[in-house]
Design a protein around this ligand. Structure first.
Ligand code: PAF
Length: 289
């Protein structure tokens, strides 16, 4: 497996891969089961698999602790090696942003896609994501790039960027990985310390599967707002008192492509949610069938 830390080194090897299909899995490292599924998927769709590992300063807000973000380099490289990755692109911030982030040309996704949901609580975050992803595409020149559906807003924004800017890359979404009880896998699950917190975290997937069930029972169309409110109240009722608090930050139904809220639940609509289980913020989403 190659390990490249500079653009120049990577690009020399990229020329040697001419004629082969190349899949990129962009990550910020601290690779967990979810990332590993993306890498395995990439392995199955392309001749060459490149994983980028870069903790992107542009997507961290002033209140978010960039320095504290985990960087288990040796462990991440061992995982990539074990999964048969051909190359890891592991640049430093100065390699990516030699003139610093302040004077950088940036990608500005449409406000309509960034002002709500996760974007409402993380101003500038999706601009930072879109900018680094475009830059990673330009450097690594993938035919295919694999992204998890768990970060649905990020995925929709990247798909829009690819369409709008005619980028020659195919975005391959990968379904969210779940544990046997339905909890979406996330590096944040490790902060759910007690069995009650772990139980409470299931509220997210229970609400999402409840929505799907209600829609199926109703034969394919339901008013969004009242149905989501009703299901949220029913699932959260047991958690209204006791040592664990569950606080929903948002629960919404959106058009899966434009990410604009929709009035009715129907197949093809994406239901999104974020909730705090005590201090741990979790997100999840599901596409209605
Ligand atoms: O999803 C992530 O890990 C990051 O947002 C990404 C896409 C690698 C960009 O830094």
């Amino acid at each position: 497996m190659f390990l490249f830390t500079t653009v120049a080194e990577y690009q020399t090897q990229r020329s040697a891969w001419q004629g082969k299909t190349l899949a990129l899995v962009p990550t910020m490292g601290a690779l967990h089961e979810g990332h590993q599924a993306l890498i395995r998927h990439a392995r199955s769709v392309a001749d060459v698999v490149v994983v980028s590992i870069f903790v992107n300063p542009l997507q961290f807000g002033p209140q978010e602790d960039l320095a504290a973000y985990p960087r288990p380099k040796a462990q991440d490289l061992a995982i990539c090696e074990q999964l048969g990755v051909d190359a890891v692109f592991y640049p430093s911030p100065p390699e990516m942003y030699p003139e610093g982030p302040d004077s950088l040309t940036r990608v500005v996704p449409p406000v309509s896609m960034t002002e709500n949901f996760c974007g409402a609580f993380r101003p500038g975050h999706f601009e930072g994501v879109a900018t680094v992803v475009l830059k990673l595409f330009s450097i690594t020149q993938p035919d295919v790039a694999v992204f998890g559906e768990k970060d649905a807003q990020q995925l929709a924004i990247i798909q829009k960027m690819v369409r709008d800017l005619n980028l020659p890359v195919r975005i391959v979404p990968h379904p969210t990985l779940r544990d046997e009880r339905g909890l979406a896998l996330s590096s944040r699950n490790q902060y759910l310390k007690t069995p009650q917190e772990q139980e409470a975290a299931l509220c997210l997937s229970q609400i999402l599967s409840g929505v799907q069930q209600a829609l199926t029972n109703a034969g394919g169309s339901l008013p969004a707002e009242e149905t989501l409110e009703r299901l949220q109240a029913a699932v959260l009722a047991p958690w209204q008192s006791g040592p664990v608090s569950v606080r929903v930050q948002y629960l919404a139904a959106v058009d899966a492509v434009t990410f604009q809220p929709v009035a009715r639940l129907q197949p093809g609509v994406r239901v999104l949610m974020a909730a705090y289980v005590n201090q741990v913020r979790l997100i999840d989403n599901g596409l209605l069938l």
